[in-house]
Design a protein around this ligand. Structure first.
Ligand code: HEM
Length: 403
């Protein structure tokens, strides 16, 4: 019988990938497996071979889902989620590159520093003040980890923050792999209709703030041809990729620090360590929990396996980022680790466009939280923190703390 892709974490080790990965990784860099939705394909568990999959132009990003519930028809490759227009994360060159060229300049470290950092500083302090003003346990997901990324992506795109419950609810509905397909499609459709309406409003009011209106102005000046469908695809992708991921990473990072007092103390004593600490947390936690797929455009070889044209190849990034061939003592969160790169943001041409936005948020929130609340504690035992085991992104559903 074909091996199944491991998806269940050990209860006593909620920050580690499913334990079956270790034996798989030892045995071979790549295995033929059955994915959660019942389809079969290749699963890559080592770092070098995972990097190879993401950087090989013979691998297409137009892939079918592999992580949806069993018994469902696999969704069509490249069409995005059921209700969404094509998204550039699912496109190949040259189409994908045209989108990146248009957007890359808005997401450099310098652009994020100039355009977003003062805003991030302000909203983080406001939220920490509000937490300080409350007595008793606070759920940090609702009080900090969700609002900060939502506010930042709204500011960046020019999306009204009042609409957050709608777009966050739709994103959760779409990304929860335990939901039946109709429900996930309904979430995707809600997002598409929402952004579509916003794009139309902004076309009538191109001087309004934010990236969507800016892209409309660039198009109107003849710089690019952007249809409403292109803009909706860009807006929807940035909106859902930009807030849910960062919220999950923030909550899980805080949970990690609260359960690793030595690492908490290190950041308390030396906040300048935050840069390497964030990279290590990204590697150690690797929230894209079911990995990412590609499809072979021709016959090729990976890790000694013969891949056939059309085969689905999934990189299990949580396992690859714990590969002892690439990282010494990979299961330890070591803020002094010398590391040149990890796969938490992917690799190659599709590597996360918003990674500097995510870094800016995490680098602001974590040291300020520690400085402001040095005695912060979990209000429940770690085993009672509810984990999001079904979402595309692993994270905490709630994080009750006392300060
Ligand atoms: C900790 C937070 C984040 C994580 C872990 C994360 C992870 C990823 C990963 C793994 C990919 C690669 C997808 C692939 O190769 O198929 C990706 C792509 C992408 N991410 Fe992120 N992301 C985060 C935050 C953000 C933010 C804040 C934004 C927007 C402001 C964003 C926007 C995007 C976009 C647009 C893509 C598609 C890039 C392309 O296809 O060229 N992400 N992200």
């Amino acid at each position: 019988m074909t091996q199944s892709m491991p998806t269940t974490r050990a209860t006593e080790a909620p920050l580690d990938p499913p334990p079956e990965y270790q034996a798989l990784q030892e045995e071979s860099p790549i295995h033929w497996v059955t994915f959660p939705n019942g389809t079969e394909g290749w699963l890559v568990t080592r770092f070098d071979e995972g990097s190879q999959v993401f950087s090989d132009p013979r691998m297409s990003a137009r892939r079918p889902r592999h992580d949806n519930p069993p018994g469902e028809e696999p969704e069509g490759a490249g069409a995005g989620e059921g209700g969404l227009p094509p998204l550039f994360v699912m496109m190949d060159e040259p189409d994908h590159g045209a989108y990146r060229k248009l957007l890359a300049g808005k997401f450099t470290p310098k652009a994020v520093q100039n355009r977003l950092q003062p805003y991030i500083d302000r909203i983080v302090d406001e939220h920490l003040n509000a937490i300080a003003a409350t007595d008793g346990p606070v759920d940090l997901v609702q009080a900090l980890c969700l609002p900060i990324p939502c506010l930042v992506i709204c500011e960046l795109l020019g999306v009204p923050y009042e609409d957050r419950d709608g777009f966050h609810g739709a994103t959760e509905q779409m990304m929860d792999m335990s939901n039946p397909r109709e429900q996930r499609d309904a979430g995707a459709k809600w997002l598409m209709d929402y952004i579509n309406k916003l794009v139309e409003q902004k076309r009538n009011n191109p001087d309004s703030p934010g990236l969507l209106a800016e892209l409309i102005r660039i198009a109107d000046e003849g710089g690019t041809i952007l249809t409403n469908s292109d803009l909706t695809g860009i807006g929807a992708l940035l909106l859902f990729a930009g807030h849910d991921t960062t919220a999950a990473m923030m909550g899980l990072s805080i949970m990690t620090l609260l359960t690793h007092p030595e690492q908490w103390q290190q950041l308390h004593d030396d906040p300048a360590k935050i840069g390497p600490a964030i990279e290590e947390l990204l590697r150690y936690l690797t929230i894209v929990q079911f990995g990412l797929g590609r499809v072979a455009k021709e016959d090729l070889e990976i890790g000694g396996a013969q891949i056939r044209e059309g085969d689905l190849v999934v990189v299990a990034m949580p396992a690859a980022n714990r590969d002892p061939r690439a990282f010494d003592n990979p299961d330890i969160a070591n803020f002094d680790r010398k590391m040149s790169r990890h796969l938490a943001f992917g690799y190659g041409v599709h590597q996360c466009l918003g990674q500097n936005v995510a870094r800016a948020e995490l680098k602001t929130v974590l040291p300020r939280l520690i400085e402001r609340f040095p005695d912060l504690k979990l209000a429940v035992p770690p085993s009672e923190v509810p984990m999001d085991t079904h979402g595309t992104n692993y994270g905490v559903r709630k994080l009750p703390v006392t300060h």
